[in-house]
Every structure is written in structure tokens, then in C-alpha cells.
Write a protein that binds this ligand. Structure first.
Ligand SMILES: *Cc1c(COP(=O)(O)O)cnc(C)c1O
Length: 356
């Protein structure tokens, strides 16, 4: 027996770079460029001596009220990564493969590996959309982001419903990290009364400007949430720290500010998309706070590296199909103006190369 042979085999998820230099225009990890509501940051004297409420009751209640569900239908965790990991651990224990899109959140295959869950990635179509029909065979569960990342494309609710209808016997996880930037009514939350196998996962990291606090949650049937709670309390009872509980509640309470910031980012996204198209970029239709764009005559990697050298950080993925694109987070209007200026000055597009 040699312990080295029994180390759990894993290839970890690689998060986007977090440069120390505050002068960079950081558009590589889909953070919100605006601060959270000023009400969130009002003083509060945390009793740090004491353990936090293990149920994070105040936060759970605030989320439940906000979405009009019972508090027994809400699970909270340390970012949606923690919530998704818990869901994988709780539900994906059959011998059948779980299904997710091949171009998708790259953490899904990592959890599948660390928890030793069989999995199969389903290719998205030529135009990068998820085809509901591809998810209807027998499986151990289904998970996909909606809108998808890194493409930004929203799967219409009737197609989400189609996936749920074909998977009455599996848990279907819809990862709605970016849904607040999509048109109203796009969320799968309204389908919850019809499907007790649906789990909708959300985060405070993107639309609520609180990536640094680590707050995520899931909404599902009471039965599904109770199963997740049992696993969570078998692993770590105190996942939510006291500041996260208090500041999370305050964020939910200032809905006007939240909506205003989301609207602002959506407006900037539309303006930035038009500017990119003007320069000849192909931009996938985004319902998120980022765009996935590539240029037909300048390699994405070249733009990525040149931008990085100029203190502008995009996200680049080297895998086939997506290697022709850059994922660019929507920053402030000023930041996006600087990006547009940089691209205009540095693309070096030779018209002959473009049109011959
Ligand atoms: C950002 C992101 C998450 C995780 O966000 P947390 O910060 O852990 O809440 C989950 N899924 C997708 C698709 C994301 O882009």
C-alpha cells in the first residue's frame, strides 16, 4: 500500500486571472463594474465571537420572499459553485452519465471528476445553441447554464420545458448565474410548480456585484432542497458567514438600485455589441453581462495577448471551436469606450486580407 496511489485524481478548475494592479481594465471574470448598493455597506457590528446562524435564516427568508416561494424551497451556499457542488454530490449518484453541453461552464466536468460521476458532454449546434432534443435520452441528471457561458446565448423557456418534460426521472439543474441580464420572464423559476425535479441555481456574484462575499443559492421543491440540506449538514454546518448573511439581505432589500445597475449594464452591452459589429466582429447574441466575440481576420489569441499587454484583460479559451472567440465582460461605459478605442487602433485589419 502506497498512499500516493490513493490520492483522489483531479484536474482542478482554473479561474480567470486576478491581477493585483488596479489600473487594468479587468473584463475577464464577469464581475460587475459597479459597487453593490450603498445600503449594503452601511455599518454593522458583527458579533464575530459567535457562530453564525447555521440555517442562514434571515438570508433564506429574504430570498424566499423575493421570489415568492417558501423558505423550505431555498438552499444557500458559498457562491453558486458551492451550491452546484452540493447538488452534484446530493443527486448525481447513479451509474448513468450526467449530461451537460460541451461548450459550457468548465466547472461541471471538474465536479464530475472529483465526485467520480460518469458524464457525457453534448455538442452545441453549429451556431452554439443548446438543442433540447439532445438531452432526452436516459441519463443520471442534466445541468446547463441558462443563459449559457461562455456563449451568452439564452435558451428559450419552451426549450427548457422540453428538457424538463423529457427528464421527469432525473434532476435537471438550470444554472442561472446570468439570468438577471436576460429579458424578463426568461427564468425557469416559473416552471417550479410543475416540476419537482427542477433545481434553479443563482448567484450574487454577477448581477448583485458581490463576487467577493461568495453568496449563491438554489430554489427547488421542498423534497429536493431537504435532500441538499441533509448532505450539507453532513459536511459543513456553518457555510454562510455572518457578514454574508447580513449584506446579502440588504442587497435583496434595495431592489431599485439592483434593477438600475442591471439595466445600465444591458444598455452598455448593446452599445458595445454594435461597436464590435461595426469593426467586423462576429458577436453571439448575449443575454448576459459579457459578450463572446471573434474577428474573421484577426486571431482571438492575438487580440487577447495584445490587449493584455496594454492592461486590458479579456478571457480566452484555447479549446477547439471557442478558440476563435474572446469572452469580454461588460464594464462601465468609460471602460468599454477605452476598449473600443484600443481595438480600432490595434486590430490592424488589412482590408485586402478581409475581402479578397
Ligand atoms: C460565475 C458562474 C458561477 C459561479 O459563481 P459564484 O461566484 O460561485 O456564485 C456559476 N455558474 C456560471 C455559469 C458562472 O458563470
Amino acid at each position: 500500500m502506497n498512499w500516493r496511489e490513493y490520492i483522489r485524481p483531479v484536474t482542478p478548475y482554473v479561474p480567470g486571472e486576478q491581477p493585483r494592479d488596479n489600473r487594468v481594465i479587468k473584463l475577464n471574470t464577469n464581475e460587475n463594474p459597479y459597487p453593490p448598493s450603498p445600503k449594503v455597506m452601511e455599518p454593522y457590528d458583527f458579533p464575530l465571537r459567535k457562530y453564525p446562524d447555521p440555517t442562514a435564516g434571515d438570508l433564506v427568508q429574504a430570498i424566499a420572499d423575493y421570489h415568492g416561494v417558501d423558505k423550505e424551497q431555498v438552499f444557500v451556499g458559498v457562491g453558486s459553485d458551492d451550491v452546484l457542488g452540493m447538488a452534484f454530490l446530493t443527486f448525481f449518484n447513479s451509474d448513468l452519465p450526467i449530461l451537460f453541453p460541451d461548450i459550457s461552464y468548465s466547472f461541471y466536468p471538474v465536479w464530475a471528476e472529483v465526485f467520480q460521476i460518469p458524464c457525457r458532454s453534448i455538442p452545441v449546434t453549429e451556431d452554439f445553441t443548446i438543442r433540447a432534443e439532445d438531452y432526452l435520452g436516459e441519463n443520471g441528471g442534466v445541468v446547463f447554464p441558462n443563459p449559457n457561458a461562455p456563449t451568452g446565448i439564452l435558451l428559450p423557456k419552451e426549450n427548457v420545458k422540453q428538457i424538463l418534460d423529457g427528464n421527469r426521472d432525473s434532476i435537471v439543474i438550470v444554472d442561472e448565474a446570468y439570468i438577471d441580464f436576460a429579458p424578463e420572464g426568461s427564468s425557469a423559476l416559473s416552471l417550479l410548480p410543475e416540476y419537482d425535479n427542477l433545481l434553479v441555481v443563482r448567484t450574487f456574484s454577477k448581477s448583485r456585484s458581490m463576487a467577493g462575499l461568495r453568496i449563491g443559492y438554489a430554489i427547488g421543491s421542498r423534497e429536493v432542497i431537504a435532500a441538499m440540506q441533509a448532505v450539507k449538514y453532513s459536511y459543513n454546518s456553518y457555510t454562510m458567514n455572518q457578514p454574508s448573511i447580513v449584506w446579502g439581505v440588504r442587497s435583496i432589500q434595495d431592489d431599485a438600485y439592483f434593477r438600475e445597475m442591471v439595466q445600465k449594464i444591458v444598455a452598455t452591452r448593446e452599445r458595445f455589441t454594435a461597436a464590435l459589429q461595426d469593426m467586423g466582429f462576429r458577436v453571439l447574441p448575449s443575454a448576459t453581462n459579457f459578450v463572446f466575440a471573434g474577428h474573421p481576420s484577426v486571431p482571438a489569441r492575438e487580440i487577447f495577448e495584445k490587449a493584455r499587454g496594454n492592461g486590458i484583460f479579456f478571457r480566452y479559451f484555447s479549446q477547439p471551436r471557442v478558440c476563435d472567440f474572446l469572452r469580454i465582460t461588460i464594464g462601465t461605459d468609460e471602460e468599454m469606450d477605452q476598449v473600443i478605442r484600443f481595438l480600432r487602433e490595434n486590430l490592424d485589419i488589412n482590408p485586402k486580407k478581409l475581402y479578397h
